[in-house]
Design a protein around this ligand. Sequence first.
Ligand code: GRF
Length: 205
Amino acid sequence: MSDRRLTLGILVSGRGSNLAAIVAAIASGALPATVGVVLSSKKEAQALQKTGGAPAYFVDPAGYADRAEYDGALVNLLKAHGVDLVVLAGYMRWVTPTLIEPYRHRIINIHPSLLPAFPGLRAQRQALEHGAKITGCTVHFVDEKLDHGPIIAQTATPILEGDTEATLSERILHEEHKLLLSAMGHIAAGRLQINGRIVSIGGMS
Ligand code: GRF
């Protein structure tokens, strides 16, 4: 994937701040990529307004018999738009092997905790309720298990006295945008090596 612009397929379900950060980084020349297509699982997702002019589709889960059939429709759209890196940016659905296999090691997710701690929904609240003192965010390759695949990069965020789910989420989100763009920059430059679960960036793991 080195020495050429990545064509991104971005999967969203909600607010779209990570998508907006990607679009801004491309516009400023900081990320050598093109948004090929944005696919949303939610019709009302604000993210659909933040695509920077890229083609965007709401793909209605109600129109498909099961998750695999839905993911098959996504793969068809991703391929039709020449996507070579899929980014789950606030995408709130389980993904199946139908989507993972054709994009193995070319599908990444951003998660608001230091995995493997606090996978799943409301990771920031999980960290607060657990009494953790440090949490953060993780960019990882997607595999068949939830929030589980090989870790590309992480940023730690301290939990402060008096933090609420909202204040902590806001601080982590700021770091998410930077981490996601940094990881994507490494991928675009062809700098990642993957050996089982271990991802090395330019020789450093
Ligand atoms: C982020 O916290 C991301 O880590 C999680 O969902 C949230 C999406 O935010 N997976 P946005 O839609 O990118 O603003």
